[in-house]
Unconditional design. Structure first.
Length: 430
């Protein structure tokens, strides 16, 4: 029996990988890609077994960014949980918030009581967030493949969206703007005009990416046929989002299981059939255009009205104003609860200090995030705090497919394959 010689290039904890190599006459190299490397999209470690330049086996190592978000939610009231879940996948905070709040609202039995204006604003913010997330995916993929202009353009255009988020929510990321029952506050003055400016600028900007990449010989050589994963592989591994739709299946929760009124919006679900990194890029461009369509419809649907449920035993005060001492409840609201309604004052204090009680039960809700199906499992024992919060993050699920994409290919293609899956390690480790 021949003995194989293994060369370990760097890293630790490779004993198991080396031991599993078995006996062969060939020479293999086991190397670490990451965990701290620009092409790992966060703190991700890949253990690659190489036969010259070809990947024989790939193992994904996660857990370097664990934050305990789900466990922390058990020690806060239901409203405070929004502040934690928004930080899971930090590139799509609005989707984390909406998935969580939809679950809380379902447990409370107030899904149909959420005001229409709040639902429209939720959809507006989610679609803007989808665009900003896809821009990061394309920008970082371009950077990793040597297309630095794409990276510059991507983050340039993302800044426009972050400016809108800051104007509406007060923060560029991790907004905590969606609350059980509605929103923290209504749109500030000038927000609609700011968004309409985006609708005029972004279509032309998206076309710039197509001019740069669609027929670029180098980009096509690095992405066409790279990271192949067909429909059967996606279904077996539970892969969703652009990776699944790049196999030709138009699965999108906004169409198949609508929420937040998506059934009333006119938009298409783009698909492709190449099953590779190139088609995933093209798909994200098409999805951003559809998101712009939805945002335009949101602006047309905005009607005056409340942004929080009417039940004051549940509704976190949404009557806010910006004063010299910062953002707080409006003076008119304070005068009302202090001077005319003792019951409202009591509920205000209980909501802030204790929170509201949620009936016992459990629920699973899901939304279509930029990376696929984002699920939220909530368990209540009837108290003011969750018994269990769990996020089914698409980045975690989609990373399972990476080995299938890269094994048998070149080590240089690992970067393109990983970039096309668009993982965010904050959502993976949570």
């Amino acid at each position: 029996m021949a003995v194989r010689e293994v060369f370990v290039e760097s890293g630790t904890e490779l004993t198991d990988a080396v031991a599993d190599l078995g006996a062969t006459a060939e020479e293999r190299i086991v190397v670490n890609l990451g965990p701290q490397h620009p092409s790992t999209h966060g703190v991700l470690r890949l253990v690659l077994e190489l036969d010259a330049e070809r990947v024989v086996e790939a193992r994904v190592g996660i857990g370097y960014l664990h934050t305990g978000i789900e466990k922390n939610c058990e020690f806060r009231n239901w409203t405070q949980g929004v502040t934690f879940v928004t930080r899971a996948d930090y590139l799509m905070p609005v989707f984390n918030e909406v998935a969580y709040c939809l679950g809380v609202e379902q447990l409370l039995g107030i899904t149909d009581q959420v005001p229409e204006r709040a639902q429209v604003i939720r959809v507006l913010l989610m679609e803007l967030n989808r665009i900003s997330s896809h821009l990061v995916a394309i920008a970082t993929a371009g950077m990793e493949l040597g297309a630095l202009t794409v990276m510059t353009f991507g983050f340039r255009d993302r800044e426009l969206l972050l400016d809108v988020f800051e104007a509406i929510t007060g923060l560029r990321m991790n907004h905590g703007f969606v609350r059980p029952g509605g929103l923290v506050q209504d749109l500030p003055p000038g927000a609609e005009a700011h968004v309409r400016d985006l609708l005029r600028v972004l279509p032309e900007r998206l076309h710039e990416y197509e001019l740069l990449l669609d027929d670029n010989a180098v980009f096509r050589a690095r992405t066409v046929g790279v990271g192949h994963l067909d429909l059967a592989g996606c279904v077996k591994l539970g892969v969703t989002g652009p990776i699944l739709r790049a196999t030709g299946l138009p699965h999108d929760l906004r169409k198949s299981r609508p929420y937040c009124g998506y059934a009333d919006y006119d938009f298409d679900v783009p698909v492709a059939e190449g099953c590779d990194a190139y088609d995933r890029y093209r798909l994200r461009i098409a999805e951003m255009r559809e998101s712009l369509r939805i945002v335009g419809q949101c602006l047309d649907r905005l009607r005056p009205g409340p942004v929080m449920v009417a039940d004051k035993k549940i509704a976190w005060p949404a009557q806010l104003s910006l004063g010299s001492d910062g953002l707080g409840n409006s003076a008119e609201y304070i005068r009302t609860i202090m001077g005319t309604s003792m019951e409202a004052l009591i509920h205000h204090f209980r909501l802030v200090t204790e929170g509201f009680a949620v009936p016992p039960g459990q629920v699973c809700t899901a939304v279509e995030s930029p990376r696929g199906e984002l699920g939220c499992h909530l368990v209540s024992t009837g108290g003011p705090r969750p018994y269990r919060v769990h996020l089914r993050d698409p980045s975690f699920t989609n990373l399972q497919a990476l080995a299938l994409m890269v094994e048998g290919g070149l080590v240089a293609d690992v970067i393109a394959s990983l970039a096309s899956t668009d993982p965010v390690l904050g959502g993976v480790d949570r």
